[in-house]
Design a protein around this ligand. Structure first.
Ligand SMILES: Cc1cc2nc3c(=O)[nH]c(=O)nc-3n(C[C@H](O)[C@H](O)[C@H](O)COP(=O)(O)O)c2cc1C
Length: 396
């Protein structure tokens, strides 16, 4: 595929080198079109050497090849990363003062912007309006990540991880729909930890990979995603707002808060059913003789609570639960679907190298009032897409 990588003049321009490598190493032909300001951050020789193609920010080079029209028309995808406030404004208003903005005007293929800027610039009404205009036209604008910015300050405005931008681009290239655009989605991921003392906890084997795949695919399908992440050591999915939690109590509070006004809640996190009745304030010391028994108490059932709340007041249109079972998988799943009042229940067999920490998964999605859907063994992204396909149908 022919990819145009537009690079504008933000401090994150150096990260676009990694994005470029991801494209070239997976066999795509990449033409880098930097702005003049981008070249103040990373020089043309770097882009030329890494892409194997000529590099210029001007419409006046190689005029006989009419690059200001040809590059955009030939492209299968244009991705601008990082996209400055300035380039978003120019694109929204159709300005064409350099090769990149000309390319954006002549491209008939999908366009992805990955903005990166200071929080104030991102939240300025002018930028908000420009982003809204671009999205209305069908352009994919990835929400920036929250984190450390140029200086010591932090906030929304950071360029998402290049590998995550790359995943969004691949999905756009494959023609995946933006059928969750305008939908608010909450996904929980990872595994909760219940403290025994300041050092030790009771946890589980969930890596968060499935929940992150759900968040990544929902964001790529246009949803506004809040990912409540319990102890997962994974890069933030591009475009998702990530709320980090540790215990089940924290996860419950974060999910319930985010689910107000949400269209969909997906509870993919492995939530501890029990927690120690007492959390010791200091480390339990090794003593002679047998240690004290750890007395457990039940944790709140968040999935059931979401279902109950929805019966009492308007709530998410679709609630999706996950069931990890080691035996009697389908029978246990059907009973859980009926008990919890959710719309879909993704049942997967776990243990002995299955599901936890692996990149692939297989599952049965139980549908309230419908037939179960088998999702064959494959990447967790495929299972995530199968879930979103069913959710999209229920959202109408
Ligand atoms: C050190 C430095 C870092 C900058 N980082 C950003 C940035 O991350 N995002 C942004 O929108 N503008 C940033 N700017 C401002 C842009 O470079 C400026 O708006 C420029 O005109 C953008 O031009 P372009 O959009 O044509 O590349 C930065 C400027 C400087 C000097």
């Amino acid at each position: 595929m022919k990819v145009v990588l537009g690079v504008s003049g933000g401090i994150a321009a150096y990260k676009a080198c990694e994005l470029l490598r991801l494209f070239t190493e997976s066999g795509h032909e990449v033409r880098v079109v930097p702005t003049r300001e981008a070249l103040k951050f990373v020089g043309a020789p770097t882009w030329a050497a890494l892409s194997g193609n000529p590099v210029s920010p001007e419409v006046w080079d190689d005029v006989h090849e009419v690059p200001h029209v040809r590059i955009g028309k030939r492209a299968d995808l244009v991705v601008v990363a990082p996209a400055t406030a300035d380039v978003l404004a120019k694109a929204a208003h159709g300005l064409a003062g350099d090769l990149l903005t000309n390319t954006l005007l002549t491209a008939t293929c999908p366009v992805v912007f990955a903005p990166a800027m200071h929080t104030e610039m991102w939240q300025h009404p002018a930028t908000r309006a420009n982003v809204a205009t671009l999205r209305e036209r069908g352009t994919v604008v990835i929400d920036p990540a929250v984190g450390r910015l140029t200086g010591a300050d932090t906030g929304p405005g950071r360029l998402p991880d290049p590998a995550e931008i790359f995943q969004v681009c691949l999905r756009v290239l494959r023609g995946r729909p933006q059928d969750l655009a305008g939908r608010k989605v909450v996904v929980s991921a990872g595994g909760t930890r219940e403290a025994i003392d300041p050092v030790r906890y009771i946890g589980n084997r969930s890596s968060g990979l499935q929940g992150y795949a759900l968040a990544r695919t929902a964001a790529a399908r246009g949803a506004e995603v809040t990912l409540v992440s319990a102890n997962a050591a994974l890069p933030d999915p591009a475009g998702a707002k990530v709320v980090r939690v540790e215990s089940t109590a924290e996860l419950r509070d974060a999910v319930l808060a985010a689910s107000t006004g949400a269209d969909v809640v997906v509870m993919a996190a492995a939530v501890a059913d029990f927690r120690p009745a007492t959390r010791h304030d200091t480390k339990i010391k090794k003593t002679d003789g047998e240690p004290e028994a750890i007395h457990l108490v039940k944790n709140p059932d968040i999935l059931a609570e979401l279902g109950e709340r929805r019966r009492a007041e308007p709530g998410p249109s679709v609630i999706v639960g996950f069931a990890a079972e080691t035996h009697d998988v389908l029978a246990n799943g059907q009973a859980k679907l009926a008990r919890k009042g959710c719309d879909l229940l993704v049942v997967n067999q776990v243990g002995e190298g299955l599901a936890f920490g692996t990149p692939d998964n297989a599952a049965t999605v139980l549908v309230a009032g419908g037939d179960p859907v088998e999702v064959p063994f494959g990447p967790k992204e495929d299972l995530a897409d199968a879930v979103w396909d069913l959710v999209a149908v229920r959202l109408g």
